[in-house]
Design a protein around this ligand. Structure first.
Ligand SMILES: CC(=O)N[C@H]1[C@@H](OP(=O)(O)OP(=O)(O)OC[C@H]2O[C@@H](n3ccc(=O)[nH]c3=O)[C@H](O)[C@@H]2O)O[C@H](CO)[C@@H](O)[C@@H]1O[C@H](C)C(=O)N[C@@H](C)C(=O)N[C@H](CCC(=O)O)C(=O)O
Ligand SMILES: Nc1ncnc2c1ncn2[C@@H]1O[C@H](COP(=O)(O)OP(=O)(O)OP(=O)(O)O)[C@@H](O)[C@H]1O
Ligand SMILES: N[C@H](CCC[C@H](N)C(=O)O)C(=O)O
Ligand SMILES: [Mg+2]
Length: 489
């Protein structure tokens, strides 16, 4: 491909050099540049991509996209024959460049985008299961992993950068995938990662406190999320029981978009009634504009009913009938690290769950409270270099809804462990029953030793994660495997 083809529909200020120069790949990280690559300089939060132009050229870059003109450019043009393109916003340009480079693959399949604070991973997996059971070829992009027709690809991000994203869509098109279901994080919407994704369906789950380190307040957090619903071509599926969902509904109603609402009341287009919740499954009557009938899911909790309603709404929009929905729902298995049970012969219910926000923790503990016969023992911590405002709130929720709490490390990353734990303790009344054991292994061990028959041990915050980040080191760590090992002894 040549540079001119890659720049289609991109508003740039100026090209310095030959616009037909050959481009074999695109890259926003100089360390990964190869021969004849286009390097896009991004001014980041930690450093500035413009600092690495020489590095990229040394590695073989044939062209460079810049947001600001630096002194060295003329030298690189003359000495290295490198072409420069000056744009207004590199992140926006990167998104279009990535889509152009892979020939706009997201237009060649159906894309469902799921956004909201909690439930994205769960919903994408539920939709994926229902569709696969009905012989759809599926793609999945999200926190746990990416998938193309059942083949699993590792990921380190919920929503990848535009280059990785369009590369994945391209692979999906090559593999004749019909529907890709993807998680759309607020960071990705704000940082233009998904600007050029052709979404058919958008789903809103809920909005509660998280990521305020990045977004600063709930208003701008919501404003990032709402962007998705201006981008969809077929339908937007909104949980209007959620306060922010209702606001989003009222706002997007004004634009020409088809909306399906879901929730637990008859004002919604798709809703659940006559709910029966047990400790390991729930059942309810599903009402849709075209059909209704009883649904049973083998995942507990009211929040899971919301997740399944969102998933059914998406499948309904794709044209699945009741029998197809039922067939899909019957094959649903719990999602890894989401209310996942750890088997044991001691009669304790050990649950590993990814609750890392106040709302998620409250939901999971309320669900447990609904069926527990013994004590609730909760082990949790909070991630470093993430929203610190949620820490005391989670401390309060954990101690109020549990009988005993062990506060431990999550992924401290570059933050001091004691600082994170002190933030959590600020929300806890000193009369509450809790202890601090920083080492997560020891904390889980203590909880399991303390538990008796009929007790529930909730290990929250890391769910499916197979690592723990302390400082800049990444250690192997898996809550479920640790619990299994301790319980085996
Ligand atoms: C806040 C955020 O999203 N930051 C992203 C942002 O980082 P940044 O702007 O700080 O980048 P930077 O480190 O300053 O570097 C600037 C540029 O210089 C480049 N560089 C840097 C060094 C070098 O030697 N050569 C070079 O070219 C970098 O590749 C980058 O393009 O741009 C980088 C590249 O574009 C991303 O990798 C980085 O994601 C970081 C790793 C991250 O942790 N993001 C999290 C918060 C995130 O996105 N989370 C959401 C989900 C959360 C949820 O599920 O709720 C997600 O979608 O995963
Ligand atoms: N609909 C929901 N409402 C509230 N809490 C939920 C809901 N679904 C799941 N949860 C809780 O939130 C946790 C995270 O769920 P999930 O991984 O599906 O969310 P996510 O939106 O993908 O999160 P992330 O932003 O980290 O990717 C679960 O482990 C559970 O505790
Ligand atoms: N996607 C979320 C996951 C948090 C999980 C928790 N274990 C942590 O590390 O903070 C984030 O990056 O904020
Ligand atoms: Mg997720």
């Amino acid at each position: 491909m040549n540079l001119k083809e890659i720049l289609i529909d991109i508003e740039f200020d100026k090209i310095f050099g030959d616009k037909f120069v050959k481009v074999d790949g695109i890259c926003y990280d100089s360390r990964k540049v190869e021969k004849n690559y286009l390097f896009v300089c991004i001014e980041g939060f930690k450093t500035d991509g413009h600092k690495y132009i020489k590095n990229a050229i040394d590695k073989g870059a044939s062209a460079v996209v810049i947001e600001k003109i630096t002194e060295d450019i003329e030298k690189y043009i003359e000495e290295n024959n490198v072409v420069f393109v000056k744009v207004n916003n590199s992140r926006k340009a990167l998104s279009k460049i990535a889509s152009n480079f892979y020939k706009n693959p997201s237009k060649k399949l159906k894309v469902i985008g799921v956004t909201g604070t909690n439930g994205k991973t769960s919903i994408t997996h539920l939709i994926n299961t229902i569709l696969r059971e009905n012989n759809y070829k599926c793609g999945l992009i999200g926190t746990i992993q990416n998938e193309i027709s059942g083949k699993v690809y590792k990921t380190s991000r919920t929503t990848p950068e535009a280059v990785e994203l369009h590369n994945l869509f391209n692979e999906m098109v090559q593999n004749k995938v019909d529907v890709c279901t993807m998680e759309v994080s607020s960071h990705s919407l704000d940082l233009h990662r998904v600007d050029d994704v052709n979404f058919n369906i958008g789903i809103f789950t809920n909005l509660t406190e998280d990521h305020l380190d990045y977004h600063k307040d709930m208003r701008s957090y919501k404003n990032a999320k709402i962007k998705l619903f201006y981008k969809t071509s077929d339908v937007n599926i909104i949980n209007i029981d959620d306060k922010y969902g209702k606001e989003i509904y009222d706002e997007i109603k004004k634009i020409n978009t088809k909306i399906l609402t879901y929730g637990l009341n008859s004002r919604c287009d798709i809703y659940a009634k006559d709910i029966d919740m047990k400790d390991s499954f729930s059942s309810f009557t599903l009402i849709t504009p075209k059909y209704s009938g009883r649904i049973r899911i083998n995942i507990p909790g009211l929040f899971s009913i919301y997740n399944i309603l969102a998933s059914i709404s998406a499948c309904y929009s794709l044209g699945l009938n009741y029998e197809q929905i039922l067939k899909g729902v019957n094959s649903i298995k719990p999602v890894r690290g989401r209310f996942e049970l750890v088997e044991n012969d001691r009669g304790i219910k050990v649950i590993v769950d990814y609750a890392h926000t106040p709302d998620a923790l409250r939901n999971v503990l309320s669900t447990i409270k609904g069926f527990v016969r013994g004590k609730i023992i909760t082990v949790f911590g909070c991630g470093g270099e993430r929203d610190s405002a949620k820490r005391p709130v989670m401390g309060k929720i954990a101690t109020e809804l549990s009988d005993y709490v062990i506060i431990t490390n999550d992924n401290p990353r570059g933050e001091k462990e004691d600082k994170i734990i002190n933030d959590i303790l600020k929300g806890i009344d000193f009369n509450e029953k809790y202890t601090v054991i920083k080492d997560r292994y020891e904390a889980i061990k203590k909880a399991l030793e303390f538990a008796n028959k009929d007790d529930v041990v909730l290990i929250a915050g890391k769910g499916h994660e197979t690592y723990q980040i302390i400082g800049d080191r990444v250690y192997d760590f898996n809550d479920k495997a640790v619990a299994e090992e301790i319980l085996r002894r």
